[in-house]
Ligand binder design. Sequence first.
Ligand code: GTP
Length: 608
Amino acid sequence: YPPERIRNFSIIAHVDHGKSTLADRLLELTGTIKKGHGQPQYLDKLQVERERGITVKAQTATMFYRRIINSSDIHNEEQSDYLLNLIDTPGHVDFSYEVSRSLAACQGALLVVDAAQGVQAQTVANFYLAFESNLTIIPVINKIDQPTADPDRVKAQLKSLFDIDAEDALLTSAKTGQGLEHVLPAVIERIPSPPGKCDLPLRMLLLDSYYDEYKGVICHVAVVDGTLRKGDKIASAATNQAYEALDVGIMHPELTPTGILFTGQVGYVVSGIRSTKEARVGDTLYHARSIVEPLPGFKPAKHMVFSGLYPADGSDFEALNHAIERLTCNDASVSITKESSTALGMGFRCGFLGLLHMDVFHQRLEQEYGARIISTIPTVPYIFEYSDGSKVQVQNPATLASNPGKRVTACWEPSVIATIIIPSEYVGPVITLCSERRGEQLEYSFIDSQRAFMKYRLPLREIVVDFYNELKSITSGYASFDYEDADYQTSDLVKLDILLNGQPVDAMATIVHQLKAQRIGRELVDRLKKFIDRQMFEITIQAAIGSKVIARETISAMRKNVLAKCYGGDVTRKKKLLEKQKEGKKRMKRVGSVDIPQEAFHELLKVS
Ligand code: GTP
């Protein structure tokens, strides 16, 4: 397939507008997967993806498509074969990093919009990602089978927001199959072929890498110029390491060896790389000893949320370390550094793209690697300036210096620009919510007679926990929301400590805005009281800023003797009870002298 017969495209959409279903249909239409293969959303491979019905990792599939142009004279029928690379992308805000990565290998994108819901916040965000990457955008109005579908309204929205002409939109139902026959012809006609040159030295963009038990690291690559053959010696521009291309092929949709990848193709290469750390996304791979200009890489992932991750049982540290190493092979967008806590022992400080990303990471650790973990209250990266003039980014509240000689003189917190689209009747409550969350309104307009469009600057801290749920609940689920990170803003921040029997628990410290400290302190103390069992002695729980206690609760002492119930001398019964007590203890963390159940840590995560 010469580049003229290749098209690389992506499907972008707001969450649930039907990307994955449309991808399935296109794979079926081209015979890449069998119809009714029994597993919808074929490209959503991960267990979390299936359970949550979301796409987390972008996946790529190559399809072969024979286009037949009928003319009135059947002997004059024209046939041409095309190689189409479809790159499925995640729709959730946390994963827009994956979206921009996928787009780097494409020349065009199908912008899928639900015919009933119309343009939503992520439609806007994804449109701009594609637009800024100079991609040809094909608007697809999907779900036209729904009784509430209103394609004309969506066309008007596309025109008013993106200046897209109504006649450019394709109307489809990925469910009934209606209109799908127009999609691939439009891809071929409207999306340009990849611009690379076959006769130039090889340059490949490393799109993604993951670890496979049997093959080692598998790299997804887009061949920008030149040709890659099995057995070629390739080198990385980022690490200068050289490797041999041991296996080369395409995703069809499973790995299918072809021994060769030509200019414009997207495929995989296995090259004996042992760790994905050596396979950096955005890296340029080329023929060893040839001299090429590296391709522009991707923007590195920005970590918006940090939290500590500890083994639920201290002795599992090595097992957790191993699990994290394996998982980060498949999710290089998490940053990991070792840390230790007086309360929880040895653990890790992890940086995530957002809260959903954090949840998904935790869930994968537990499901795929059987790890049992405790995670600490998520925090955003704040910047503090001290009286000695030093400035530090604080990713772990416990490390915020409390040394009196080193006073904090200024602090900054990261902010975001949020886009919110809502039916106009919900404008009031949304404005109230945003101002409670310390938001500043930047824009307020209407995209049609029923829908309002708002832009807010909000502190990142205020949206990472529970903002989206709250927004959904006050708008009966109709709000859509997306954000991009903006600059740091000066702020009035304090460190909130939690003390158990007078001892600060480092793993429970958080940084909060001065105005919210009282309420958050109270809520943390109340939640802890609910979850910590009475013990042999009285326990005081306090929230404090410096030496000032702002909330306090006590749990009175109780003498707990499991054997008291055990009259007489039944030894087996006694043993059983002692075993049971031991088991109960396992799920506890001893902090100072106080046993804290794991759930207490989970509960603290929910305080916003
Ligand atoms: P993410 O992967 O989470 O970003 O979602 P997505 O955009 O890939 O959406 P997905 O394909 O998972 O579809 C969401 C829901 O819409 C599923 O329940 C689909 O069955 C349904 N759906 C998709 N296309 C159509 C359609 O054309 N008509 C109707 N009625 N339902 C559809």
